[in-house]
Design a protein around this ligand. Structure first.
Ligand code: THU
Length: 137
């Protein structure tokens, strides 16, 4: 799938975000190696710690449906700023570690977008250098 189409899916998923506490809404769209796309949003909780990030929602949906090989993820997250989001939401450390479990750090692409026109692309190894993963065990 084209990068822009994956960003569109992340934007759509962001509209499902349940973030009444932080108001920081995040959407993600994760592409498997066979081209299937799983989306996810952040889901907060009144007790705070049970909340889940958009990226992990997408990963856990995909893995629970039998997928373990992924090529890229698009992420759109931030506060509302007119029709725009306020920031480039790079994934948190816990989400990077979940990516490390299922992705090749040298090839897996992380597309961090504010809109379909404004985005940056990283490799997992840039965001999690010297990461610890299944290969280390
Ligand atoms: N969040 C994500 O879903 N993904 C990120 O990459 C950064 C943070 C969520 C967690 C929480 O619901 C809100 O954004 C503020 O931290």
């Amino acid at each position: 799938m084209e990068q822009k189409d994956l960003i569109r899916k992340a934007l759509e998923s962001r509209s499902m975000a349940y973030a009444p506490y932080s108001k920081f809404k995040v959407g993600a769209a994760l592409e498997t190696e066979d081209g299937t796309v799983y989306s996810g949003c952040n889901i907060e909780n009144a007790a705070y710690s049970p909340g889940n990030c958009a990226e992990r929602t997408a990963f856990f949906k995909a893995v629970s449906e039998g997928h373990r090989r992924f090529c890229r993820i698009a992420i759109v997250g931030g506060y509302e700023e007119g029709m725009q989001v306020s920031s480039y939401a790079t994934p948190c450390g816990v989400c990077r570690q979940v990516m490390m479990e299922f992705c090749n750090a040298g090839t897996f692409e992380i597309i961090v977008a504010k809109s379909m026109e404004e985005y940056k692309v990283y490799k997992l190894e840039e965001l999690l250098p010297q990461g610890f993963g299944p290969e280390n065990l």
